[in-house]
Ligand binder design. Sequence first.
Ligand code: F6P
Length: 329
Amino acid sequence: MKIGVLCSGGDAPGMNPCLRAIVRAGVDRGDEIVGIMHGYTGLLKEEFFCDSDKNDVMGKRSVSGLSNLGGTILHSSRCKQFTTPDGVKLGAEILDKHQFDALIPIGGNGTLTGALELSNVWKGQIIGLPGTIDNDLLGTDFTIGFATAVHTVTEAADKLHDTAGSHDMMFIVEVMGRHCGDIALYSAIAAGAEIVCVPEIPTDVAHINKHLYEIKKSGKTSVMIIVTEGDDFGGAMKLQQSLIEADCPYDSRVVILGHIQRGGIPVPADRILAASLGCGAVDALHDGETGKMVGQIHGRLVRTPFAEILTEHRRITPEMLELLSIVAS
Ligand code: F6P
């Protein structure tokens, strides 16, 4: 079987170990694995990965050293052309021209939407994998890259805590996540932040300010609020401004962590998830599956149709919110 692999959308730590697993599992089964560069953009431009010997079929040694490498050696992109029917049709023609039997796209919502559209016009098999720091996909408990992003945010928050403690002040830290507040929530629990603002729950400044007065009265000299970029109120800067106007009891600073959350050495949890899902994608193709994403739920691999994955974004779980409210009190 000739299988193309591409990474699309925002890069996520773990994409490289995932490619490593796909190549090694595929070669074991006699497959030819070809890396497609720059996501769907590279597909439309017919850009393929070549190893140092100029081979475009990836051998087991071509993925050596990838288990602890951040980013993606296949490079990634957000491809506007692939959001149009003509772009998708062209992608299908190019896959046929190069005699691909199957495709494994690794990415988030946009990537899997492209995969769904492609599956409607291309006769080959498509198995998608969840690769995004946002953890905003249905069909899996965790996406590849999420655990590393939480680790990165937690490390940053630990450092900010030192300064917050030294100066009796409040940090308002903005983290990534357009639709799901998991990065904020998990990091808040891990780092000991007091408050989170997430896209799933409307932000009420008066309520936060009242809570800050209570915290102050209870003796807390420093505070941390973690705000998701996709929060309905408009992000950390706006929240700080409104809290100042509401006579907030703490002096505050805003830190926007930005793209450092997407980089870095993948943590073991991401490497293991990536290995498991990569092998799971090859297994699914050999079982004749198509039009599905392989995810992991309660420790088991599951294959869910793209159409089901894409009905809505994954939301934070009330249990984790409850956990934060207990440990942050
Ligand atoms: O989807 C991953 C993500 O990092 C989001 O958290 C963020 O909103 C977005 O990508 C940023 O995208 P870009 O790098 O294209 O600005």
